[in-house]
Design a protein around this ligand. Sequence first.
Ligand SMILES: Nc1ncnc2c1ncn2[C@@H]1O[C@H](COP(=O)(O)OP(=O)(O)OP(=O)(O)O)[C@@H](O)[C@H]1O
Ligand SMILES: [Mg+2]
Length: 219
Amino acid sequence: MSSSRGKFITLEGVEGVGKSTCIEVIKSVLEAAGKSVVISREPGGTSVGERLREIFLDEGEVRMTAHAELLLIFAARTQHVHELIAPALAAGAWVVCDRFTDSTYAYQGAGRQLPEEEIARIEDIALGSFQPDLTLLLDLDAREGLERAVSDAEADRLESEQDEFFERVRNAFLQRSRQMAHKDRYRLVDASRPQDQVHSQIREIIKHFLNQTAEGKKR
Ligand SMILES: Nc1ncnc2c1ncn2[C@@H]1O[C@H](COP(=O)(O)OP(=O)(O)OP(=O)(O)O)[C@@H](O)[C@H]1O
Ligand SMILES: [Mg+2]
């Protein structure tokens, strides 16, 4: 296995934009370039995380407060980073994760309307300055995404939220992708196009990122 640290790639966007179907595309490009790849998802990724995921997505848990939801998600995430992501990166693997902290700013922040500073405080305790190296934001009209997702599986607790909630979530992702502190790691993908076009853009982004990473090493 390579001795240099791997890279951490995340996929973000509202329900049904195509995150999960893109993961395999990313994996195949990275493996073709000789990287070892670890795929994970949030909430989840570890046995503690998957148990917390069950509580989080349980349709019966309608009484969970916004703060309970926030703390639960960061509990799962700190476990995920320390148990799985950071050790894999240190061993030279590239980690690709379906959702990460950006989703918390979008859903618990813009969606549930928790103040950004509160999320930032908890993020600092749970993760310090740990951030993805690359984030693909799959952007799509929230209603279109939900229609894709709902035809695919039963709506879970979050998917039964109002359209307006998902519009706020979509806009929060877009806003965050433009913030000074985050814009360099973001790549915006128009997910309204046919799947083969979305996938070919994703292949290009990953190849370009691989080249950038290789050039960075030579300097
Ligand atoms: N570009 C596309 N055009 C049309 N349909 C698509 C496109 N991309 C994915 N789909 C379909 O939309 C559905 C949702 O895709 P997928 O499960 O990958 O989304 P997701 O972002 O992972 O959703 P969730 O957040 O609910 O996990 C699937 O049935 C998938 O085949
Ligand atoms: Mg998915």
